[in-house]
Design a protein. Structure first.
Length: 148
């Protein structure tokens, strides 16, 4: 039985993508690569896809952080700071749970992200809920799909 891990989303199944992995035994984060080559113009944001989806137990979340070199070397930041990938995002009806990053170019030059370039790291975390926590919305997609 699967407990926690990564899969390639169906539209990228033949794109020869690498599943996220840790580089060292002490690494908390799994490195995510860009699934496409994309240019991000100065002072603009772009959605950069990884072509990857994640599965995990209901009491966990995958937190997505930019790689530390992204801002220093490329003048890019995650526009939404930390990305939260909830367990019910996996295989949702809208986009199959495809993990994408919203990157902002705060530099003065266009930045090239190449397919296969490491752009983020994901860390699985347990979380707690309050007593009698009730939910009323079914997830259908991502980026605001559960309401305003």
């Amino acid at each position: 039985m699967k407990k926690r891990g990564f899969e390639v989303v169906s539209k990228y199944i033949k794109a020869n993508l690498e599943l996220p992995k840790r580089k060292t035994s002490g690494s908390a984060g799994y490195d995510f690569e860009s699934a496409v080559t994309i240019e991000i113009e100065p002072k603009k944001i772009a959605f950069v896809t990884t072509g990857i989806k994640a599965f995990m137990p209901e009491d966990e979340v995958l937190q997505m952080y930019p790689r530390s070199s992204l801002s220093f070397k490329k003048k890019l930041v995650k526009a939404n700071s930390v990305g939260i990938i909830d367990s019910d995002y996996y295989n949702n009806e809208d986009n199959e749970g495809e993990i994408m990053l919203i990157l902002f170019n705060f530099g003065e030059e266009t930045v090239l992200i190449k397919k296969g370039e490491r752009i983020a790291q994901g860390i699985f975390m347990k979380y707690l809920t309050v007593d009698n926590s009730e939910t009323t919305v079914k997830r259908l997609g991502g980026f605001g799909s559960t309401g305003n």
